[in-house]
Design a protein around this ligand. Structure first.
Ligand SMILES: CC(C)(COP(=O)(O)OP(=O)(O)OC[C@H]1O[C@@H](n2cnc3c(N)ncnc32)[C@H](O)[C@@H]1OP(=O)(O)O)[C@@H](O)C(=O)NCCC(=O)NCCS
Length: 146
C-alpha cells in the first residue's frame, strides 16, 4: 500500500527519524539551553496517545514532516512543534498535519489549539495567520537547568 504523504500517528519505529529531523530544524531552537526531545520522551509520548498526539508524514522511508501536540486540559491542545523538512515546505504537508490534528481533537471535543511562533520567522507567522491562528501577547523564553 502506498502511503507517501499520508499523515499517520507516530510509531515507536519512527523515533530515530523524528529525532533526526527535529534536531535539524533550526527554527526549533528556542534558547541556548533548551534541547529537542529525547528518545525516552518520544517513546513515552507515543505510548500515551490520550495525552499526546504525535503525527508523521513519510515519503517512502523518509520522514519529511511531523507534529507533536500535548493535551493540556479538557479544552486545550498545545501544538509544541510542527516541522517540515526544508525542501518539502510549501507543498501543504504542514496543512495536512494540522488537519489531521483537528480531526483527532474534534473527536475529543477539544476546541482550543495554541502554538508558539518565533517572532523572527515571517514564513511561519504567515502559516499560522493564514490558518486562522491569532497572535496573543509576546513572551520571553525564561529557563533554568535544575
Ligand atoms: C511552518 C511549516 C511547518 C509549514 O509547513 P509547510 O508544509 O511548508 O506548510 P504548507 O505547505 O501547508 O503551507 C505553506 C505556508 O507556510 C508558510 N511557509 C513558511 N515557511 C515556508 C517555506 N520555507 N516554504 C513555503 N512556505 C512556507 C507560508 O505561509 C506558506 O503559505 P503559502 O502557501 O500561502 O505561501 C514549515 O514551514 C516549517 O517546518 N517551519 C519551520 C518550523 C517551525 O517554525 N514550526 C512552527 C513552530 S513549532
Amino acid at each position: 500500500m502506498k502511503t507517501d504523504g499520508v499523515v499517520r500517528r507516530a510509531k515507536k519505529n519512527d523515533i530515530s527519524r523524528i529525532l533526526f529531523l527535529g534536531r535539524n530544524i533550526k527554527e526549533f531552537i528556542s534558547s541556548r539551553q533548551s534541547k529537542f526531545y529525547s528518545k525516552d520522551e518520544l517513546e513515552d509520548w507515543i505510548h500515551k496517545p490520550k495525552d499526546n498526539i504525535i503525527l508523521t508524514v513519510f515519503i517512502g522511508n523518509k520522514l519529511i514532516g511531523f507534529l507533536c501536540a500535548k493535551i493540556i486540559s479538557k479544552h486545550w491542545c498545545m501544538i509544541d512543534t510542527i516541522g517540515v523538512e526544508q525542501r518539502y515546505r510549501g507543498q501543504k504537508i504542514g496543512s495536512k498535519l494540522l488537519e489531521k490534528l483537528y480531526s483527532i481533537l474534534e473527536k475529543k471535543n477539544i476546541y482550543y489549539a495554541q502554538a508558539f511562533g518565533g517572532l523572527k520567522h515571517k514564513g511561519t507567522r504567515k502559516f499560522w495567520k493564514d490558518r486562522g491562528f491569532q497572535e496573543g501577547k509576546k513572551f520571553v523564553w525564561i529557563e533554568k537547568n535544575l
